[in-house]
Design a protein around this ligand. Structure first.
Ligand code: DAH
Length: 340
């Protein structure tokens, strides 16, 4: 009898179900009145007192095992039937997913790209991990020149020649190295600076670079292009001005300001009470830069500009803390759904 108990124990442990009937079969076979267990209890009665002592315990354990297994199988069947194909009503309308939306910086980036594409600019891309040549030297930043100090960044420890690019101007070089003029491109991307994070500064941000190199490109082309851009981006009433400035890779160089959109020129915190906000740096491509890329500055000239995407977005939407862009707070992000 002990052998029989052992055999049934293994059988019960390994019992599998995949249909509702299986569980009824289990019940009938093992635990119903006419089931094997009751039969065994009847047989048990006929055993000697000595044997009863040994068998009784195992038999009770077998009964408990069968009951526990029955409970387990019933629960399993119930939970699986909730997701079984027959439980899904295909005629019901779908539960709609919450739709996501583009990040405000992407909305701005796409808008800027769209405007320049209409002016005949193509879009180019370049690496964020860059070498010294493309980020600085080829752009006419001499080694140890103080202009490098304004763009401190993160260097790769194992190879100090490699760094996280401080601006998208590196893509100008990469483009001119591999392509002969005419070149008319914009280059969006992420850039890095070694700065303490605050509402007004971050260790990474986004820029859009522009480059136009061809025969007879002059400062008037630069002015007209950026003027056109500002009107398209901010509306016809916007005013634009060029302020003399310095960049190693342009000569002459200028900062581009537009009317402050927050106070409409009256003066506020954002424009430091001047009524103007800076949106881009620009200038005529320095002859040394053209030479560094194998382009003859006697034959070709060009203009370039670089603008910060965060700044443009701030003016479009009135966002005044740079940290919000990378905190991933849905309450902030979902506000930009409808505005493209
Ligand atoms: N690369 C400059 C910066 O990050 C911005 C800039 C200024 C880009 C003048 C240009 C330019 O192409 O012509 O500060």
């Amino acid at each position: 009898m002990l052998e029989k108990i052992k055999y049934l124990e293994n059988e019960i442990k390994g019992y599998l179900i995949d249909k509702t009937q299986d569980i009824e079969t289990f019940r009938l076979k093992y635990i119903s009145k006419k089931g094997v267990l009751n039969e065994l209890f009847d047989e048990f009665k006929a055993e000697s007192v000595e044997d009863k002592k040994i068998i009784g315990k195992s038999l009770n354990e077998l009964k408990q095992l069968a009951e526990a297994k029955f409970k387990e199988l019933s629960e399993k069947l119930e939970s699986s039937s909730q997701t079984s194909p027959s439980a899904i009503d295909l005629s019901l309308p779908p539960v709609s997913d919450k739709t996501g939306n583009l990040h405000p910086l992407n909305l701005t980036r796409y808008k800027i790209i769209e405007i320049f594409e209409r002016l005949g600019f193509s879009v180019a891309d370049g690496p964020e991990i860059e070498d010294d040549w493309h980020n600085f030297s080829a752009l006419n930043f001499p080694e140890n020149h103080p202009a490098r100090e304004m763009q401190d960044t993160f260097f790769v420890e194992k190879n100090p020649d490699m760094l996280l690019r401080t601006h998208t101007s590196n893509v100008q070089i990469r483009l001119m190295e591999k392509q002969k003029p005419p070149i008319r491109s914009i280059m969006p991307g992420r850039v890095y600076r070694n700065e303490a994070i605050s509402a007004r500064a971050h260790c990474f941000f986004h820029q859009i670079e522009g480059l136009y190199v061809d025969k007879n490109v002059g400062f008037a082309d630069l002015k007209q292009t950026l003027f056109n851009f500002a009107k398209e981006m901010y509306g016809k009433d916007i005013e634009i001005r060029f302020r003399p400035s310095f960049f190693p890779f342009t000569e002459p160089s200028a900062e581009i300001d537009i009317t402050c959109l927050i106070c409409h020129g009256k003066g506020c915190n954002v424009c430091k009470h001047s009524g103007w906000v800076e949106i881009a740096g620009s200038g005529m491509v320095h002859p040394n830069v053209l030479k560094n890329c194998g382009i003859d500055p006697e034959e070709y000239t060009g203009f370039a500009f670089g603008m910060g995407v965060e700044r443009v977005t701030q003016l479009r939407y009135g966002v005044n803390d740079l940290r919000l862009y990378s905190e991933n707070d849905v309450r902030f992000l979902k506000q930009f759904k409808a505005v493209i």
